[in-house]
Design a protein around this ligand. Structure first.
Ligand SMILES: [Zn+2]
Length: 323
């Protein structure tokens, strides 16, 4: 697996581990905050080998390695931002109360291992799981939950650096938070924002994701770190809000016309909506989630069920045997 061997300086005391890899799942950005002897990490990688690669890359700024990181912030509790938590024994792990309460619906490492190894490889979900998640090591991983939770806002101090954690969920997930570093004019957005690929938003609706992005813009950041992909400017965030609004209009029009969700997604995909972005099948998930809201469906979000719908579309579009 090709991973960065260095961290990218973002501002004074802020370094980004950005594994890139547009067009697939699981390579999330992690932001390291260091000041004096103290260090905090915003999000942890998907598995232990990736977390070890991050720590090796961080050696120039983090001489004591994992032991120096005494605080972890989880922007939300998807595994690709939290499964590395266990590599920082004794660290305080901060997330929103809503994130902690919805941890139970996240696929566990054991379920991810099952999906990538024990499902039929010639069926859509098994094929898709292997394609996009088969590279990660889930065996032996313990999902370590938050130790400190909050609602609303939370002030975090790392040495001389002041950070404010602001709850913006539900949006991407039930309990999203963003990390605002006012002196550095940086916002770490978690999966409210994606660069280079179509986003995926499990909770929604799209209007709430757009509202979270407006909250980011109101902070007047110079640099915005998305959950996945390269860093963004305020202008990039505005473009992303336009994407969300356009998609919302397309989905709502089809819902109003009585078109079933699956057909609506297929129709939007066939029209080539923002076709330059990767992971087009995520439109299937975004549409299904938006329909849930429009239909007033309040049942618990079925993450694997939604992923299976996207897998079915991807399998038909470019599965085995397709060009
Ligand atoms: Zn993510």
């Amino acid at each position: 697996m090709n991973l960065p061997d260095g961290l990218v300086p973002v501002a004074d005391g802020l370094h980004l581990w950005s594994p890139g890899h547009a067009g697939t799942w699981g390579f999330a950005n992690c932001l390291l905050i260091t000041s004096g002897e103290q260090a905090a990490l915003v999000d942890t990688p998907y598995d232990q080998p990736m977390t070890e690669a991050l720590l090796a890359a961080a050696r120039p700024v983090l001489p004591a390695g994992a032991a120096a990181v005494t605080t972890i912030v989880n922007t939300h509790v998807n595994g690709d931002h939290t499964f590395g938590n266990g590599c920082f024994p004794g660290a305080e792990i901060i997330a929103t109360k809503a994130s902690a309460e919805h941890l139970c619906r996240e696929p566990s490492p054991q379920q991810m291992h099952f999906l990538t190894h024990q499902t039929p490889a010639d069926q859509p979900l098994g094929w898709y799981a292997r394609e996009h998640f088969g590279r990660y090591t889930y065996e032996g991983v313990e999902a370590v939950p938050p130790t400190t939770t909050f609602s609303g806002r939370y002030a975090l101090t790392v040495g001389d650096i002041e950070a404010e954690l602001i709850e913006v969920g539900p949006a991407h997930s039930a309990g999203d938070l963003i990390v605002h570093l006012p002196a550095q004019r940086v916002v770490c957005a978690g999966d409210v924002l994606f660069a280079e690929d179509h986003p995926v938003h499990w909770d929604g609706p799209l209007a709430r994701v757009a509202a979270a992005c407006e909250t980011i813009l109101a902070l007047e950041p110079e640099v915005v770190v998305p959950g996945h992909g390269p860093v963004m400017s305020a202008e990039d965030v505005r473009g992303y809000i336009t994407y969300l609004r356009e998609l919302e209009a397309l989905v709502h029009a089809r819902h109003a016309a009585g078109v079933p969700a699956g057909e609506a997604a297929a129709d939007i995909l066939a029209a080539g909506f923002h076709d330059h972005l990767g992971l087009r099948e995520r439109i299937v998930i975004l549409t299904a989630v938006e329909y849930r809201h429009l239909d007033g469906d309040t049942r618990e979000v079925d993450v694997v069920g939604l992923a299976a719908q996207a897998a079915a579309w991807a399998y038909r579009d470019h599965g085995p045997g397709k060009p």
